[in-house]
Structure formats: structure tokens, C-alpha cells
Design a protein around this ligand. Structure first.
Ligand code: NAD
Length: 260
């Protein structure tokens, strides 16, 4: 009989993490590498992406960095082919890169609407479009998309973000239905307020004091604190590994009970 630690052992797996240079992606890249995967960090931030790889290697893990703007079809196509040529397969894809604009529909310029949609929603479609055939050729895999509590229940002054994340949730279900027969599981992790540069930048966008904003964000949930990037990474590890081998099309809410 297999033990949990055997099922969690990701040795020999190739794991692609978008937005892996910061926050939730950075923590997840580190955790997947700690459990034995070779992690391919994709990001537009080259300096921080290379730093992430350096840190993983410093801990004895395996990792590499490729610059990829997930909103660019050209980049996604190129990177999928580079990764297949170098590593021969992809087992885990964490579609996590995302951005937020704290504006209502009235305040939003069209360019901001498009940017949020293109990175946070279209990016999931684009990279999956080019990675799924690679996964199929390798016999299957696990895709995890980053949604948000606001993709389920909405939120204030983040209209394009709420729309994009709701799209990610249902895109996850559509992909799970379409690609399950090819042994590809597709799930969504839905974080609540998590202490990352993205969350702190929201205070700036709303012109609020950062410390006060973080305290307010931590409140209103049974577990009275902000999430840490590791809280989310742990959920991604579950969905990435064979521990969740009969889980697909699901949304795993990790938010300290904020949705209750
Ligand atoms: P973060 O800003 O710390 O990290 C996001 C990373 O994505 C950065 O490294 C950034 O360079 C990268 N990125 C941005 N645009 C990109 C692009 N076009 N192509 C490739 N990479 C790009 O943010 P985070 O909080 O870790 O967010 C990760 C995900 O979690 C996002 O999808 C975000 O919407 C979601 N999320 C975050 C929270 C939260 O409270 N932090 C809550 C719910 C959902």
C-alpha cells in the first residue's frame, strides 16, 4: 500500500509555475521543488524569476527560469515547445499569474479592463492551449488554475478582476470536462486575501494606508488572519499530487473561512 509521502513524492515530475517569481507562485515553486519536482518558473519579471530559481537550487532543488508573458500567444507557444524539447514532458501546470486593478466599471479604462482579462483569464487559456498537447503526449497531468474568492462572490472596486476570476472558475470546469479522458485533471485554487506584493499594491491603488488595509483585509473571517503564500502552496501541492487523483473540476477555497 502506498503511503502519503510516496504519493506526495514529485521526483521525476516537471512542474510549470506561472507568476513563479513572487508571492503565491514563488512559494508554490519552492514547495513543489522541495517535494522533488523540477520546477520551471515562468514570469515577466526576469530578475526575480532568476532569483527564485537560484534560491530553489540553493536548497538542493531543481529549477529553471523562462521569460513568458502569459498574455502573449507567441510567448506561450514558444515556451511550451522549449519545455517539451528540454524536459520531454509537463506533468503539472500551475496557471497562477494574475494582476488586479481596483476600479469600478465606470472608473476602468478599456486598456485596464483588457490588461486584467488578458493576463488573469486569457493567459490561462493561452498557456493551457499549448501545454495540454504536451501533457497528452506525456500521458496526462494536473493543471491548477488560480481563481479568487472574488471570482465566486464578487468584491468592491475590482470589476475586471472579479469578471476574470469568475471566468477562471468556469474555464477550469470546462477544461476538466474536455481533458479528463486524456488523464488531465484540472482544478482551481481560490485564495482569500493573502499577504503578497499584489495585496499590498491594492492599498496603493486604493490610496489607503498599507498597515490599516492589511488589518482590515485580515478581518471578517473565522480564522482571523491573512493567508500566507505557503497556505495556498499547500493546497496546490495537494491538487498537483496523486493525493487528489480523483479530484477534477473542483474549486478549493483557501481563505480562512472568508466565504462563510
Ligand atoms: P504577486 O504580484 O506577488 O505575483 C504575481 C506574479 O505574476 C508576479 O511575479 C508577476 O511578475 C507575475 N506576472 C504578472 N503579469 C504577468 C504576465 N503577463 N505573465 C507572466 N507573469 C506575470 O501576486 P500573488 O498575490 O502571488 O498572485 C498570484 C495569483 O493569486 C494571482 O492570479 C492573483 O490574482 C491570485 N490571488 C491573490 C490573492 C491575494 O490576496 N494575494 C487573492 C486571491 C487570488
Amino acid at each position: 500500500m502506498l503511503h502519503t509521502q510516496d504519493v506526495l513524492n514529485l521526483s521525476g515530475k516537471i512542474a510549470v509555475v506561472t507568476g513563479g517569481a513572487s508571492g503565491i507562485g514563488l512559494a508554490t515553486a519552492g514547495l513543489l521543488a522541495d517535494f522533488g519536482a523540477h520546477v520551471v518558473v515562468l514570469d515577466i519579471n526576469v530578475r526575480q524569476g532568476e532569483q527564485a530559481v537560484h534560491e530553489i537550487k540553493g536548497r538542493g532543488g531543481a529549477a529553471s527560469f523562462h521569460r513568458c508573458d502569459v498574455s502573449s500567444s507567441e510567448d506561450c507557444k514558444r515556451v511550451a515547445s522549449e519545455i517539451e524539447n528540454i524536459y520531454g514532458k509537463v506533468d503539472i501546470l500551475f496557471n497562477n499569474a494574475g494582476i488586479i486593478r481596483r476600479k469600478t466599471v465606470v472608473e476602468l479604462e478599456e486598456a485596464d479592463w483588457d490588461l486584467v482579462m488578458n493576463v488573469s483569464l486569457k493567459g490561462v487559456y493561452l498557456l493551457s492551449k499549448y501545454m495540454i498537447p504536451v501533457m497528452e503526449r506525456g500521458g496526462g497531468g494536473s493543471i491548477i488554475n488560480t481563481g479568487s474568492g472574488w471570482g465566486l462572490k464578487g468584491g468592491d472596486r475590482a470589476a475586471s478582476y472579479c469578471a476574470a476570476k469568475a471566468g477562471v472558475v468556469n474555464l477550469t470546469r470546462a477544461m476538466a470536462i474536455d481533458h479528463g479522458p486524456a488523464n488531465i485533471r484540472v482544478n482551481c485554487v481560490s485564495p482569500g486575501d493573502t499577504d503578497t506584493p499584489l495585496l499590498r499594491d491594492e492599498a496603493k491603488q486604493l490610496q489607503q494606508d498599507e498597515a490599516a488595509f492589511l488589518v482590515a483585509s485580515a478581518g471578517g473571517r473565522p480564522l482571523e488572519r491573512l493567508g500566507t503564500p505557503s497556505d495556498i502552496a499547500n493546497a496546490v501541492l495537494f491538487l498537483a499530487s496523486d493525493l487528489s487523483s480523483w479530484v477534477t473540476g473542483s474549486v478549493l477555497v483557501v481563505d480562512g473561512g472568508g466565504i462563510a
